[in-house]
Design a binder for this molecule. Structure first.
Ligand code: 5GP
Ligand code: ZN
Length: 141
């Protein structure tokens, strides 16, 4: 029985929807992305259903990060890519299309042209310092 019967990834964990599973443990599940950005593109998800990083329990987040490290190492050892990106999207404005928290492992090769970057240009350092002060207050009181 899926944790959330309307959630695609809960249904994949439950076995209701087929996938190419590569790893699972008590708290996490990993499988190949159906629309790979590159050869070896994999997804790691917590068994716990949570829409974004904000709703996910710290324990499930930690377990998912550890599984992502295992998957990334297996991808590195098996496919020997030039590099690997970990990607995680929250809300449609950030590119999220499936609303069950997940980490992408995306193998990269030199010159593959995948657009995950942004142009390097200096920020307004006064604005950056002001924002850092606000965040320090939020994080540390
Ligand atoms: P997001 O855009 O939410 O960060 O990533 C969702 C990912 O899930 C996409 O890369 C998409 O290709 C993948 N995806 C969507 N539906 C399925 C599916 O049914 N099976 C698998 N294996 N991947 C899926
Ligand atoms: Zn779910």
């Amino acid at each position: 029985m899926p944790a959330d019967k309307d959630c695609l990834f809960c249904r994949i964990i439950a076995g209701d929807i087929p996938c190419q599973r590569i790893y699972e443990d008590e708290h996490t599940f990993a499988f190949m992305d159906i629309n790979p950005a590159s050869t070896g593109h994999a997804l790691i998800i917590p068994r716990e259903h949570a829409r974004t990083i904000h709703e996910l329990s710290p324990e499930a987040l930690a377990a998912t990060a550890l599984s992502a490290q295992k998957v990334a190492t297996a991808v590195r050892d098996t496919l020997t890519p030039d590099g690997i990106n970990l990607l995680q999207c929250n809300e449609p404005a950030a590119g999220q299309t499936v609303f069950h928290f997940h980490l992408h492992v995306i193998p990269r090769s030199k010159g593959d042209g995948l657009a995950l970057g942004w142009p390097i240009s200096p920020g307004d350092m006064d604005a950056v310092a002001g924002l850092a002060a606000r965040l320090r207050t939020r994080l540390n009181g």
